[in-house]
Design a protein around this ligand. Structure first.
Ligand SMILES: *[C@@H]1O[C@H](CO)[C@@H](O)[C@H](O)[C@H]1NC(C)=O
Ligand SMILES: *[C@@H]1O[C@H](CO)[C@@H](O)[C@H](O)[C@H]1NC(C)=O
Length: 357
């Protein structure tokens, strides 16, 4: 279903745009790529076609309310990031109410918040992946709350098959009591973050170097990325003021992420007519100036997960200021009471639009 308010085009143009979209999805699109890239070199703006006209974002996929989980597969394998987690299957997740949808349409996902565990045992949690795959688009997520706390490592991200050859885009990610969301990209060798691009976050900095090379095979897979300046982009302050909206825009100009705490959500997003050119610079952007976006990012699924300890939350635990060890922290269910909660507002909770580039 296409909510009609997503397009202000007259119907005949809409049909044309849809036809172009279909054309863009067929192999024939390869032949138009060089043209797009050539003109982009002269004029590069984050929300424009090569001729200077603005993209028009048409709805492609929506996930919301009672049918939200129909679009997702429950990943039920060991955590590839070595988290101390058991990712449970769908029937078990539903039975234990780790996932459910409230009567008002609020979508909840969470880890086991009830079981005391012996030391060293992993905590039950969920990781869900969209059946749909994407080669770009405008991804908009409306969250009322997101998990945080010592040992916790939640993420909202997208990834292609055969990691890292088709790229990974981390839209929301953090550990422990962080207050600043971290946006990151992980790729095959040859893609770099251009620090001169227009974004507000601070280039991630750790291990004595700036995270500018997205290559997953070096720097312990730190990737490239930026930390948001807003203290309300992750953790308790984000939750306290009613959450907010995260947007990832992926097109031939680059991959940009914005986050808006509740009071700052732009009207055009709430109204269902998102217009990125009105939002000011993003928190982070991977510009096409130093990374061939089409080559490094392909066929992504959307993923939500909540994991514990492991490669990031485990390895950073000792220096995080959190008490004891991560495995000790994991034993007490009272340490894991924060849910992921997708807000039921006027617009879909998660939607993807496509500009037909
Ligand atoms: C789901 O997981 C539960 C708990 O591990 C297991 O008992 C059950 O057999 C699984 N169901 C399916 C369909 O795999
Ligand atoms: C950065 O982006 C903002 C808003 O999108 C724009 O007003 C500003 O001119 C840009 N700055 C540069 C240096 O491109």
């Amino acid at each position: 279903m296409l909510p009609s308010n997503w397009s202000r085009l007259p119907p005949c143009i809409l049909v044309l745009v849809l036809a172009l979209q279909v054309a863009a999805l067929t192999p024939a699109r390869r032949s138009i790529d060089p043209l797009i890239h050539a003109s982009r070199a002269e004029k590069r703006s984050i929300n424009q076609n090569p001729d200077g006209s603005h993209f028009i974002w048409l709805p492609q996929q929506e996930y919301s309310g009672q049918t939200f989980y129909d679009g997702f597969f429950f990943f039920n394998y060991p955590d590839p990031t070595n988290g101390h987690v058991n990712y449970v299957n769908e029937s078990y997740a539903r039975e234990r109410r780790l996932v459910y949808v409230e009567d008002d349409g609020t979508v909840i996902m969470k880890a086991d918040q009830e079981t005391w565990l012996p030391r060293g045992q992993f905590r039950d949690s969920i990781r869900i992946e969209s059946y749909a795959r994407f080669d770009g688009g405008l991804f908009i997520l409306d969250l009322a709350k997101a998990p945080w706390g010592c040992g916790t490592w939640p993420a909202f991200w997208t990834v292609g098959n055969d990691w890292p050859w088709n790229g990974e885009i981390d839209i929301i990610e953090g550990v422990h009591d962080n207050q600043h969301n971290q946006v990151a990209w992980h790729t095959a060798p040859g893609c770099r973050l251009d620090p001169s691009a227009n974004f507000t976050g601070n280039i991630a900095d750790g291990g004595g170097y700036q995270h500018l090379d997205c290559n997953s095979f070096i720097n312990h897979n730190a990737g490239c990325g930026a930390t948001e300046w807003s203290r309300a982009s992750y953790g308790p302050l984000f939750d306290e003021q009613g959450g907010g909206v995260f947007v990832m825009k992926w097109d031939e100009n680059g991959i940009a992420v914005w986050s808006f705490f509740r009071a700052a959500v732009p009207r055009d997003i709430d109204d269902g007519t998102p217009n990125p050119s009105e939002w000011g610079p993003p928190s982070a952007v991977l510009s096409s100036s130093m990374c061939d976006i089409r080559r490094f990012f392909k066929n992504h699924a959307i993923i939500f997960d909540i994991t514990f300890c492991g490669d990031w939350a485990g390895n950073s635990y000792a220096t995080s200021g959190c008490p004891g060890t991560c495995d000790e922290r994991l034993m007490d269910p009272n340490n894991f009471v924060e849910d992921t909660s997708l807000r039921n507002g006027r617009e879909p909770q998660l939607r993807v639009a496509w500009a037909g580039f």
